[in-house]
Structures are given as structure tokens and as C-alpha cells.
Design a protein around this ligand. Structure first.
Ligand code: SER
Length: 388
């Protein structure tokens, strides 16, 4: 099943159950929002989860692009991407968690044809502030799905304060052997769909108060589900990466981890630029700068002559189309090339500075700090320059 069909199956299933499709937002949260990028589908809906009536009603479904830098170091493993699409559904003070999980079970098993014997659920086991989620537990028991109880892993929040709640996650077994162990005990259990019973707000002092309404917020990573339904070994091999895997290796032969990183970061950089961000030394622009520089560092390791000018137009266009961004590929390429030139100047300067006697021996924290603060040389770059 191709990603387009996955999106259709998901949205139609929920539309048949009274949900209205809303348009996904850009990666940029509204002004005044403390986070740099939209990290999950619920993010643009925060005011409605907090009680403001939504013009399209109490049941919503959408596809939202998200960016997670917390996972940057995990990129290259089989399940994490920097920019990804999240399928989401919401009950804004309408139906409760068990109904959402029941539809989730139906959609996975009937809509997507997943064998129920390969599912495992987790539920919130309770802590000193909030009791155990027995409603979700009973729902899973009725379906005969094994359940694991956890505490931290089954509490979802978007930050230290704000809307939050217990969640129930659905995992799919990806091993070649019959399912064994539990989601926390074996990483062949891959999380596919999270249902958050979003009905609390955490205050500055850490206490919880009820939100004005009891919501359900669910999120399902599209590329991850595609990987599972397409029987691929990693998100980097699902159909959205097909053109990347066809065009990049002949251009830049790399080992598998580097190929994953380059594909992920370049695709993410295209989307971030497509949403209007330019590289800079702070905020969103700095995230973009890091993505591009990590790519260049990897590309140049084997061959210093590699340039982003060779990135095929087809990949930029394919990505912009996938994320429904109305931007000219030449503009994206220009931003990437300007950043490459800046990086090249920085490299030259870095080599000069690191050639000074003071930096020839082992470097301490103070040296790294000085090189970054005074000369704009990040630790990663210093380390890679000294390795050559
Ligand atoms: N907000 C939850 C998540 O990001 C469910 O959408 O996992």
C-alpha cells in the first residue's frame, strides 16, 4: 500500500465516523508560541483542545507535517526521521478514549489488514497524581490484545507545562519469529499509533488541573506505517524515499547510515526552506543550518569536491509536491548553495585557526566553547576537521 492510499484509507475511515478533514498547517507554529517547529499533529490545535470551539466541530482528522530535533541523533536508525507526516484524529470533548482505541483497532486490522496477533498495547499504569487508565486496559482486554502497563512511557505532554494526559500506544511486531516479550522489552515491537487522553493541564508548579473538556488526540507516523505495510526494513526504504534511493547512490556512493542521514536531512531541509526558513545562527534558521552542515560534513568525508549543486531537481520537486509546498525548486537550491558557500568559508577559517599551536594538542571544554563562541566553529565541525 503506497503512502497516498494509506492517507486515503485513514481519512476516509474516520470521515465515515463523523470526522471532518482539516488542512494541515506549516511547520511554523503561530507567533507567540514558544516552540520552534510543529512537533506533532495536536500542536496547531492547542487552543481547541483547551476549549475554544472549532469551526468544523468536535471530530477532526488531518495530515500534519512535523519536525523533531530531539530525534536528530536517532536519525539513521530504522524508525526515526527529522521531518515526517503525522496522521491524526481528534475528539474535542466528544467521544472518549475507548471509542478512539476501538476505531484504531478496527482501522489497523480491517482497513490496513494487519494481523491482530501482531499487535500489543501499552497503557498508563498510574502514579501519585493520576490513577491507572483502566478504561483503555479493559478495551484491549475485550479485543484480546496483550497489554503492558508503564508510567513515564504512557504519559504524553508537549512540554513541561500545558495540555497533557495518559496515553495508550499500539505496537506492531516486526520480528521474523512469532511475537514475544513486550514493547519495553523488545525493540522489534514498533510503536505505530498513540492515543492520548488529553484532559489535564500541567501548571508551572507541576500540579495537574482538568482541561475544560475531555479530549482524545491521536497520532500515527505516516512513513513508519508505510514501512510496516510495505514490509521494508526501515522508514528510509518506504516509497517516499524511492526516488532518493534511486538517484543519490550513483551520485554520491555512501555507506547505508550515511545515505540515510543525507536523505533524511536533505529532504527535511527542502521542507523547512519550503516553509520559508533561511539558515541563520539562531532559532529555526539554526536548525536548518545544522541539517545542511551535517549533510555537507558527511558528503565531504570521502570526497571534498561534492556539492549540493548536484542534487537532482527531481528530488527537490518530489519533496515539495509531497508536502504540498508551492515553491520553485530553483529557490530551494539557491538557499542550499548559499549555505554551502558559507560553510566552505567557515571550513577554511577553521583550518587556519585549528592550525594555531594552542589547538594542536587535546582540546578541553573551554577550547570548544571558545571556538564556537568566538569563531563560530561548532564542536562537530572542529572534531571532523581535526580527524583529517
Ligand atoms: N500528540 C501525540 C503524539 O505526538 C498523539 O498525536 O504522539
Amino acid at each position: 500500500m503506497q503512502t497516498e492510499q494509506i492517507v486515503r484509507t485513514f481519512t476516509e475511515y474516520l470521515q465515515d465516523r463523523g470526522h471532518r478533514r482539516i488542512t494541515g498547517s506549516t511547520l511554523l507554529p503561530p507567533p507567540g508560541d514558544p516552540v520552534l517547529f510543529t512537533t506533532s499533529g495536536m500542536h496547531p490545535l492547542t487552543p481547541y483542545l483547551e476549549g475554544r470551539p472549532h469551526p468544523l466541530g468536535r471530530r477532526l482528522v488531518n495530515v500534519q507535517r512535523c519536525l523533531r530535533t530531539t530525534d536528530l541523533e536517532e536519525v539513521g536508525d530504522r524508525t526515526h526521521l527529522t521531518v515526517f507526516e503525522m496522521l491524526g484524529s481528534w475528539s474535542l470533548g466528544d467521544y472518549e478514549g475507548p471509542q478512539s482505541l476501538d476505531w484504531g483497532y478496527g482501522l489497523l486490522t480491517e482497513g490496513f489488514g494487519i494481523d491482530p496477533g501482531r499487535l500489543h498495547a501499552t497503557v498508563f499504569g498510574g502514579d501519585e497524581q493520576c490513577g491507572p487508565d483502566t478504561d483503555s486496559l479493559e478495551l484491549w482486554q475485550r479485543h484480546g490484545v496483550p497489554v503492558e502497563r508503564t508510567v513515564e512511557d504512557n504519559w504524553w505532554s508537549n512540554g513541561p507545562t500545558g495540555p497533557c494526559g495518559p496515553d495508550s500506544e499500539i505496537f506492531l511486531w516486526t520480528g521474523d519469529t512469532p511475537p514475544e516479550s513486550t514493547p519495553t522489552g523488545d525493540d522489534r515491537w514498533v510503536e505505530v499509533w498513540n492515543h492520548v487522553m488529553m484532559r489535564h493541564r500541567r501548571l508551572d508548579d507541576g500540579s495537574l488541573v482538568p482541561l475544560p473538556q475531555r479530549n482524545v488526540d491521536t497520532g500515527l507516523g505516516l512513513e513508519r506505517l508505510a514501512m510496516l505495510l510495505q514490509g521494508r526494513g526501515s522508514v528510509h526504504e518506504c516509497d517516499v524515499f524511492d526516488p532518493w534511493r534511486r538517484l543519490l547512490p550513483p551520485l554520491w556512493p555512501l555507506d547505508e547510515p550515511s545515505q540515510r542521514l543525507v536523505g533524511d536531512h536533505l529532504r527535511s531541509a527542502v521542507v523547512v526552506i519550503g516553509d520559508g526558513v533561511h539558515p541563520s545562527n539562531t532559532g529555526r534558521g539554526y536548525v536548518l543550518r545544522r541539517l545542511v552542515r551535517r549533510v555537507l560534513t558527511v558528503l565531504r568525508q570521502d570526497d571534498p569536491g561534492r556539492t549540493l549543486g548536484d542534487l537532482p531537481d527531481e528530488l527537490i520537486r518530489h519533496t515539495l509536491d509531497r508536502f504540498r509546498q508551492d515553491v520553485e525548486p530553483s529557490l530551494v537550491r539557491q538557499v542550499l548553495l548559499d549555505e554551502e558557500r558559507r560553510f566552505d568559508r567557515l571550513l577554511q577559517q577553521g583550518r587556519r585557526i585549528l592550525g594555531r599551536p594552542r589547538f594542536r594538542g587535546p582540546l578541553g571544554e573551554e577550547d570548544f566553547h571558545y571556538l564556537h563562541e568566538t569563531h563560530g566553529l561548532p564542536r562537530e565541525l572542529v572534531t571532523s576537521l581535526r580527524e583529517r
